[in-house]
Design a protein around this ligand. Structure first.
Ligand code: UDP
Length: 339
């Protein structure tokens, strides 16, 4: 993987306006990162997207490639990030976030969290750029209280298959805290389950799995009895919260997620209803350390950022189903048209 020694100005040379910020988005070709890049560009900023394309996909940002204010560099943040020239903001959204994906190479996941965050913090600090770290509800582990407020310290198993991600993100938060004490300008978002268009069909998380299974007629795989809960936030709502946090003066971690809680069983039923699928529901073993419940307390985000999610699950799912329909069936449709 190459070191990125090019000046920012070589990558995105022209400033559209005096208020344009020079922004680096690590993980910008990922599901959330690509939506963020799109919003930043729409606001007139200059964006360099850094991605190792492990779970990110160039297809997620293909529609942005023609924009002269956008550039993509393939780089793995476990290596130092050497990008010359002034920078105003550094966003760290780089890490596989789906359990099967982040468990595929756990040491790499751990290094992405720790070495990667340190490299980006060093870069941000050297340019006096503001830094935002995409942390996670996984810092609360398998929580013993609900909803989870930022003051809750969590129940994380350090000796299990989720630890590479959970403990990696917790340690990265510690780095953010310590760099903040040294004067870095740091924001930390604790992101709860997020879904929406541009999730990969191979992602492995529950929303993408259920929608893909329903659309292709495969069995819907509920892990365990399906009574575990999650709260699902539509990606546009999340990105809105991230932008508000980055523009705020809030230096403590902030939960960003949708506080409406569903069981996994509820989700399966909703997906089946909305797709009209005849897929069977089957039960598979519950993965080790799978959290029993998860629901954010978003009081801090509401008070400090004036933020709360607006998109109900059914509305967001409808967009997500449309996305997967077009991604899964596009080649067949194109072939039919061409014949
Ligand atoms: N899950 C499921 N079937 C699947 C994928 C996930 O029942 O095909 C469950 C999983 O065990 C967990 C919940 O759905 O209880 C959310 O899992 P996901 O992988 O989306 O993310 P997590 O919140 O666990 O990080």
């Amino acid at each position: 993987m190459s070191r990125t020694a090019r000046p920012f100005a070589d990558l995105v040379p022209s400033a559209p306006s005096g208020t344009a910020r020079r922004i680096l988005v690590a993980g910008g070709a990922g599901f959330v990162g690509s939506h963020l890049c799109e919003r930043l560009l729409a606001a007139g900023h200059l964006v360099v997207c850094l991605d190792n394309l492990q779970t990110g996909r160039l297809g997620n940002v293909a529609h942005l490639m023609r924009d002269p204010h956008f550039s993509v560099l393939r780089h793995d943040i476990i290596e130092p990030v050497v990008l010359d020239g002034p920078l105003d903001e550094v966003w760290n959204l780089a890490c596989a976030a789906s359990p099967p994906q982040y468990q595929r190479d756990p040491i790499h996941t751990f290094r992405t969290c720790i070495d990667g965050t340190r490299h980006l913090l060093d870069l941000a600090r050297s340019r006096e750029a503001r830094f935002l770290f995409a942390s996670t509800s996984e810092v609360y582990g398998d929580p013993e209280q609900s909803p989870q407020a930022e003051s809750y310290r969590g129940a994380v198993n350090v000796w299990g298959p989720r630890a590479c991600y959970d403990e990696g993100k917790r340690a990265a938060e510690t780095l953010c805290y310590e760099y903040g004490r040294l004067g870095a300008d740091v924001r930390v978002a604790r992101i709860f389950n997020t879904y929406g268009p541009r999730m990969s069909p191979e992602d492995g998380r529950v929303v993408s799995n259920f929608v893909v299974q329903a659309l292709t007629g495969e069995d819907i795989t509920i892990y365990g009895d399906g009574s575990q809960t999650r709260s699902f936030c539509y990606v546009d709502d999340l990105v809105d919260g991230l932008l508000r946090l980055m523009r705020s003066e809030v230096r403590d971690p902030v939960n960003l997620g949708n506080p409406v809680e569903f069981t996994v069983r509820d989700l399966a039923r909703l997906v089946l209803d909305m797709t009209g699928s005849t897929s069977r529901v089957v039960h598979r073993a519950l993965p080790q350390d799978d959290p029993r419940q998860r629901r954010p307390d978003i009081s801090r985000a509401m008070q400090a950022l004036g933020w709360e999610p607006k998109v109900p699950l059914a509305a967001g799912l409808s967009q997500t189903i449309a996305h997967f329909r077009s991604e899964l069936f596009r080649p067949a449709a194109a072939a039919v048209q061409a014949s």
